[in-house]
Design a protein around this ligand. Structure first.
Ligand code: ADP
Length: 254
């Protein structure tokens, strides 16, 4: 039933927005370039939302079937944080939120799956912006001899204490924030949500041998914190194995 709800509402909403705006575009095609641009942007946003949703649904389905491949390598987490912050600049600006990068410049390399680290950062920054009406979203890093710690802190709605332990469960949403929001249907470019983003995020961090937890105060904001192992040459062994196999395969045993 949860899946049907998502299909029925979350996936259909952006598609409906695209359809409506394409119809409006036809009206303005020759007469009003500003209106034309506005509706084009709405279409782009709705498509972005749809793609994000489909990716989350796919990751979630793969996780459930144990079909997710984690290909860890050395990753420059600073670079990925910068890219993700850059990618969210427009969303933050639209809500007049400050998006602040306070990552430590000397943060060491991590051992992780790059695409999955990007997915985790995007999910957490996305949520921080989505559940914050004013103030800021700040990304920080810390590190010790074993791990890098990344935190994404917002000044948003916050999460009630009794709900914190339930976060990361499949389809779980703290639903009281969504109610009472009176948005014009055409303006809904970001659908309510699926309750799958954190399930995917929490599962991916654990698969990469990290930890994730949340600190939050209702009405003040939330802080999502996760750790990932440092890069210490973990992939050297596998690399050697692969190249040896290649020699063997070509009949050129050393
Ligand atoms: P959704 O698609 O509903 O955003 P998520 O799995 O990403 O799904 O998040 C689950 C729920 O956790 C959200 O519905 C929301 O209630 C709560 N939540 C997640 N991130 C935040 C945040 N930064 N601030 C407040 N609440 C949050």
């Amino acid at each position: 039933r949860d899946m049907i709800d998502i299909m029925g509402h979350e996936l259909r909403t952006p598609a409906t927005v695209v359809k409506l705006n394409v119809e409006l575009l036809q009206k303005y095609i020759n007469s009003n370039p500003d209106e034309f641009k506005k509706h084009l942007n709405r279409i782009k946003d709705a498509i972005d939302t749809e793609i994000k949703l489909i990716n989350t649904l796919l990751s979630s389905a793969k996780l459930e079937g144990n079909k997710i491949d984690i290909n860890s390598e050395k990753v420059d987490i600073l670079q990925e944080i910068e890219m993700c912050i850059h990618g969210h600049a427009r969303d933050a600006k639209l809500k007049k939120l400050k998006l602040i990068n306070k990552a430590k410049r000397r943060t060491p390399l991590i051992y992780a799956d790059k695409a999955r680290i990007i997915e985790i950062l995007n999910n957490l920054i996305d949520n921080a912006i989505k559940y914050t009406e004013k103030g800021s979203v700040t990304v920080k890093t810390g590190y010790d001899k074993e791990k890098v710690t990344v935190s994404i802190e917002d000044t948003g709605t916050g999460i009630p204490k009794e709900e914190l332990s339930k976060l990361g469960k499949k389809f779980y949403r703290v639903d009281n924030y969504i109610e009472g929001r009176n948005l014009d249907p055409v303006d809904i470019v970001r659908p309510g949500g699926t309750g799958l983003g954190l399930y995917v995020t929490f599962s991916l961090v654990k698969l990469m041998k990290g930890k994730i937890w949340v600190e939050s105060k209702l009405g003040k904001g939330s802080k999502f914190i996760f750790t990932v192992p440092l890069y210490k040459g973990q992939d050297e062994k596998t690399k050697k194995k692969i190249s040896l196999n290649m020699f063997e395969r070509m009949g050129l045993k050393k």
